[in-house]
Design a protein around this ligand. Structure first.
Ligand SMILES: NC(=O)c1ccc[n+]([C@@H]2O[C@H](COP(=O)([O-])OP(=O)(O)OC[C@H]3O[C@@H](n4cnc5c(N)ncnc54)[C@H](O)[C@@H]3O)[C@@H](O)[C@H]2O)c1
Length: 445
């Protein structure tokens, strides 16, 4: 069992402190509010949370949980500190780091006087780069010691929901953390050894980003459901029933397949159906700003790709620039060009003076089978037939810049061979884990 100090006896800190003590750890809870410290030491819960009063009463009675205002003593008596102080919004919306910065200073000074290894694990919600840019420098400056060497550092975001916080502590949907040093990783793994879900070790920044992504995703889901509910009501329908049915579909509606950063959506259904639902909302005087943002955001992703490609060509619009586009249909496995974002990208590049050549085995087959190609969006790109090249090798040969839009099995080998030899803009990630470097640029990685 470990001895742990918890800084900040708010919603997150008090639940962590009580659950850690319940699980047999020795916990010292630290706050600057004397009333909260007193409440804990009297065996009472300072917040309303299901199941919490009993846990605190028991933990205090067993001597496993004490609260104090004395931060230095808390650090001296424990092996690690969990920092759970608030990070409220600054007036401009940025994350407020005053409490985190202050606690890091206090813990840093206490570590310098402690004389034995101590891990500092931040649980407060902080934007990517805060550990490296704020917390670690504050700890190092205050302690005069080197993070990851003389003391441990970790970031371990909390995902609990108020009202089901203890249940979420015991049965989380996600555990993810990063650390600079092996002892802190070992401690975090030990604390999570019984959780019934996968435990993910990542770098500090990824852990920071996962927390914001999780909360923002929840916010987007609520807003989306509300907009659907508002439109449904205006149509005399039950939006809660509609959303319940939607959520029962794990294969398409709730599938992770549509949650992979990359290029824009398109095809014969999604854009037209988003437009129609927006129009339906407008016709019933229902505001749907989230729906309104969807097509704009999708268009911005096409623009982003077009800018990335243009940046690889001759600057100032002079000189010929051949862009070799791998895939032009709206996704691999089809020859359908209707509202293909790759076709739109090609059109924008052509309009911008680039010479676009295309390799797409399915569109080539579609052209061969149906020379008219009526109704599949063949008019989306000027002179598309003349721009088609017969093989991936031929495309690589003629292209100054390769743009990977769709992934085809036979193209992967040749593309990987040239990834770092000639400009490549990758919209799909031809190889897991690739990141932008040199002549290789991934759209979101
Ligand atoms: N509330 C939630 O449901 C929830 C869930 C997950 C993550 N988070 C994140 O966890 C963090 C804490 O949230 P919260 O809701 O528990 O905050 P809170 O405001 O309820 O509690 C913060 C506590 O920190 C104390 N504090 C401030 N400075 C201190 C210092 N120098 N030393 C010791 N204690 C100090 C405050 O007095 C307060 O008791 C935030 O970053 C929040 O975004 C919150």
């Amino acid at each position: 069992m470990t001895s742990i100090s918890v800084f900040g006896i708010g919603y997150v800190g008090v639940v962590s402190a009580a659950c850690l003590a319940r699980d047999g750890h020795r916990v010292v809870a630290v706050d600057i509010e004397a009333a909260r410290v007193r409440t804990i030491n009297e065996g009472r819960a300072p917040i309303v949370e299901n199941g919490l009063p009993a846990l605190i009463e028991r933990a205090v009675a067993d001597g496993l949980l004490v609260a104090t205002l004395d931060a230095e003593d808390a650090v001296a008596k424990t092996e690690a500190s969990l920092v759970c102080v608030g990070t409220p919004s600054n007036p401009d919306g940025s994350v407020g780091l005053d409490h985190v910065r202050q606690v890091c200073g206090i813990i840093g000074r206490a570590i310098s006087r402690k004389g034995s290894y101590h891990s500092v694990i931040i649980r407060s919600t902080i934007v990517p780069g805060t550990m490296e840019g704020t917390c670690i420098p504050a700890l190092e400056e205050a302690s005069g010691l080197k993070a990851g060497v003389d003391f441990g550092v970790g970031y371990y975001p909390e995902f609990l929901r108020e009202s089901t916080a203890i249940e979420d502590y015991d049965n989380p949907g996600l555990v993810v953390f990063g650390a600079l040093d092996a002892p802190t990783f070992a401690l975090l793994n030990a604390l999570n050894k019984d959780v019934p879900c996968a435990v993910h070790e990542v770098d500090l920044r990824t852990a920071e980003m996962v927390k914001y992504t999780s909360n923002t995703w929840r916010a987007v889901k609520v807003t989306f459901a509300n907009e659907i509910g508002n439109i449904a009501k205006a149509c005399g329908l039950d939006g809660q029933l509609v959303m319940r049915l939607l959520c029962s579909d794990d294969k398409v509606a709730m599938s992770p397949n549509f949650m992979r950063p990359g290029f824009a959506f398109g095809g014969s259904c999604l854009p037209k159906d988003v437009r129609a639902l927006q129009q339906l909302a407008r016709s019933r005087d229902v505001e749907a700003p989230l729906l309104g943002a969807v097509l704009k955001a999708n268009d911005a992703q096409i623009d982003r790709a077009a800018r990335m490609v243009a940046d690889t060509g001759p600057q100032g619009g002079t000189g010929r620039h051949v862009v070799g586009l791998v895939g032009i249909s709206f996704k691999p496995g089809t020859d359908d060009l209707r509202e293909s974002p790759l076709a739109e990208l090609a059109s924008r590049l052509i309009a911008g003076g680039h010479d676009v050549q295309v390799y797409d085995p399915n569109v080539a087959t579609g052209h061969a089978n149906d020379p008219e190609g009526v109704g599949r969006g063949n008019d989306a790109v000027p002179d598309l037939r003349d721009r088609m090249v017969p093989s991936i090798d031929a495309l690589i040969e003629v292209a100054d810049t390769i743009v990977v839009g769709n992934s085809y099995a036979e193209a992967l080998g040749p593309l990987r061979d040239v990834l770092h030899d000639q400009p490549v803009v990758d919209l799909t990630r031809v190889q897991p884990g690739l990141v932008s470097s040199g002549t290789y640029q991934g759209i979101c990685w």
